[in-house]
Design a protein around this ligand. Structure first.
Ligand code: HEM
Length: 150
């Protein structure tokens, strides 16, 4: 009983980490694109990555310990959640490349992003939070057997 509880707790903590990182990015993108803001967003992006990996590992750990893999693989809400999670991961690749490039530039004393390039990233936190909200709804459904057998 202890192991499933620990894994489920880690799953929630990983979600907090991911959501916290997204809110940090949302805040930083409201600031002017200073060297500090660029370094901050690159750091928050690493936390985003760590949170995402931790969610995936604890998610599969949860699946194995809660109701068993077979239960989830026969649940439509699980498949929808996993698909949206992968979509979120794929959408994060472009911004991650940009943030790393800008960090390298400011660390080398070169100009970072323009105001327009910086502002153009403001949509990403909103897109990820929307996807996470839908995933959370899928989680609640799959835990209760909604879309079972799909
Ligand atoms: C941003 C992404 C995610 C969020 C916000 C999230 C959130 C949650 C929440 C709130 C629960 C509790 C559901 C309940 O008992 O009502 C849960 C459980 C669970 N999650 Fe996630 N999750 C995410 C990603 C994932 C992923 C990617 C996987 C699979 C690899 C996964 C697998 C599970 C499993 C197996 C459970 C246990 C369900 C049960 O008790 O039957 N989660 N998650």
């Amino acid at each position: 009983m202890l192991v499933p509880v620990i894994i489920a707790t880690l799953h929630y903590i990983a979600v907090f980490l991911l959501v916290g990182a997204v809110f940090a990015q949302m805040y930083l993108l409201k600031l002017p694109p200073s060297a500090d803001a660029v370094r901050g967003i690159a750091r928050a992006d690493i936390v985003f990555g760590i949170g995402a990996v931790a969610i995936l590992i604890s998610g599969f750990g949860n699946a194995a310990h809660a109701k068993g893999m077979a239960y989830y693989f026969h649940n439509g809400a699980f498949h929808l959640a996993l698909t949206l999670f992968i979509v979120s991961a794929l959408l994060s690749i472009g911004p991650t490349i940009r943030y790393r490039r800008w960090k390298k530039a400011v660390d080398a004393g070169l100009p970072g992003p323009t105001e327009a390039e910086w502002k153009a990233q403001r949509k990403w936190p909103h897109i990820h939070l929307t996807l996470f909200a839908i995933i959370a709804a899928c989680m609640a459904m799959m835990a209760r057997g909604v879309m079972a057998g799909g």
